[in-house]
Design a protein around this ligand. Sequence first.
Ligand SMILES: *[C@@H]1O[C@H](CO)[C@@H](O)[C@H](O)[C@H]1NC(C)=O
Ligand SMILES: *[C@@H]1O[C@H](CO)[C@@H](O)[C@H](O)[C@H]1NC(C)=O
Ligand SMILES: *[C@@H]1O[C@H](CO)[C@@H](O)[C@H](O)[C@H]1NC(C)=O
Ligand SMILES: *[C@@H]1O[C@H](CO)[C@@H](O)[C@H](O)[C@H]1NC(C)=O
Length: 176
Amino acid sequence: MVKGSFGYLDPEYFRRQQLTEKSDVYSFGVVLFEVLCARPALNATLPKEQVSLADWAINCQKRGTLDEIIDPHLKGTSINPECLKKFAETAEKCLSEHGLDRPSMGDVLWNLEFALQLHEHPDGERVVAEDIANDAYAMHNATLTTEEESSTANVPIDELNNSTAIFSQFVNRQGR
Ligand SMILES: *[C@@H]1O[C@H](CO)[C@@H](O)[C@H](O)[C@H]1NC(C)=O
Ligand SMILES: *[C@@H]1O[C@H](CO)[C@@H](O)[C@H](O)[C@H]1NC(C)=O
Ligand SMILES: *[C@@H]1O[C@H](CO)[C@@H](O)[C@H](O)[C@H]1NC(C)=O
Ligand SMILES: *[C@@H]1O[C@H](CO)[C@@H](O)[C@H](O)[C@H]1NC(C)=O
């Protein structure tokens, strides 16, 4: 029997009744859009096509109108547009129809790290930021084993609560 929270459920899992790691990636993509748009995954009081955030956000992204539904607080000068673009693209990839087309959680982490770099480093330092992110990715890639792919399960809860800790662990060579 298919189990899960409506609004976050991987459509492929729903069809094939087979849960994969990419089902989690889908759900995480929905969370990323919740952050981006500051609205819940489901809101039954909205017009039909907007009820499911996953469907609505993908629709808007395809039509190039995502800008209209993102959290107004994130628009304007408070956030680097390149960062915003990267974040939205990452969330969109997580929601790919087919699990195979979705990134691994490692890739998602790398992309979010890169988005953060884009925000923290102004244009002039872009190359440096890109280097740092690529470095971190190659490092991550090199040490990644199937076992480690699910290693967040072994990270203590208090560290999981602290995203800074995860990201610094990711960037810091000693950390891995
Ligand atoms: C759901 O949408 C309605 C209509 O836009 C809005 O007033 C309400 O605050 C939303 N609910 C939540 C929990 O965001
Ligand atoms: C990461 O690993 C994949 C598969 O092993 C490989 O194809 C890719 O080139 C690697 N990327 C980096 C940046 O090392
Ligand atoms: C996580 O952080 C929030 C906000 O700082 C705090 O209220 C909560 O107790 C923390 N949870 C854990 C497991 O440390
Ligand atoms: C999160 O982790 C970083 C790096 O370990 C640390 O400097 C920071 O104080 C932590 N923040 C919280 C709220 O625990």
